[in-house]
Design a protein around this ligand. Structure first.
Ligand code: GAR
Length: 192
């Protein structure tokens, strides 16, 4: 059976690209990205999807009276595609409890820190400001608490004395592109 995947992304979509590439090269098999959904109209992630003949959908959160209505629309859209697994890839919104319950155990997220350290926005800056010597990235199940669900995989990188937010971000991103496809493969193979 083929696992139907949806990717939710708000930005440039390099993690989306790493999943696409690893499906196309056969590392992740029996899985298909059916749709990429963004809350940002001009997110480059949508362009990446189109380049690979994947449906790209912008759902404007500001069109809905509240978060719950927006998420109902998200669920409706995902149901149209018979989605089994939802991947958050730089999706910069916190999902509410109805959505999380609906897809319980079926939503994964990647975060650019070694959770539970440095949750939330600009995790790389938080790591630099704190002065840690090692940071990294985490793939985890999404639960109702932000950046807190059960951890699936982590990878670490050194934090160098002359690092900027950008240089650390790039070093971590290289690892993100390795562990996210790996975690997706494990999920698809029923190994989690
Ligand atoms: C990635 O670094 C991802 O870990 C982070 O956003 C970036 C998206 O990059 N996610 C979060 O901070 C979620 N809390 P991408 O659009 O190139 O995949």
């Amino acid at each position: 059976m083929v696992v139907n995947i949806a990717v939710l992304a708000s930005g440039r979509g390099t993690n989306l690209q790493s999943i696409i590439d690893n499906i196309e090269n056969g590392y992740i098999h029996d899985a298909c990205i059916k749709v990429v959904i963004s809350d940002v109209k001009d997110a480059y992630a949508l362009e990446r999807a189109k380049k690979h003949d994947i449906d790209a959908v912008f759902i404007d959160p500001f069109k809905f009276s509240n978060k719950s209505e927006y998420e109902k629309e998200l669920i409706r859209e995902l149901q149209d595609y018979y989605i089994d697994l939802v991947l958050l890839a730089g999706f910069m919104r916190i999902l509410g409890s109805d959505f999380v319950k609906f897809y319980e155990h079926r939503i994964l997220n990647i975060h650019p820190s070694l959770l539970p350290a440095f949750k939330g926005l600009r995790a790389q800056k938080q790591a630099l400001d704190y002065g840690v010597k090692v940071s990294g990235c985490t793939v985890h199940f999404v639960t109702q608490d932000m950046d807190s669900g059960p951890i699936i995989l982590q990878e670490c990188v050194p934090v160098l004395d002359d690092d900027t937010e950008e240089s650390l971000e790039n070093r971590i991103l290289q690892k993100e592109h390795v562990i996210y496809p790996k975690a997706v493969k494990l999920w698809v193979e029923g190994k989690l």
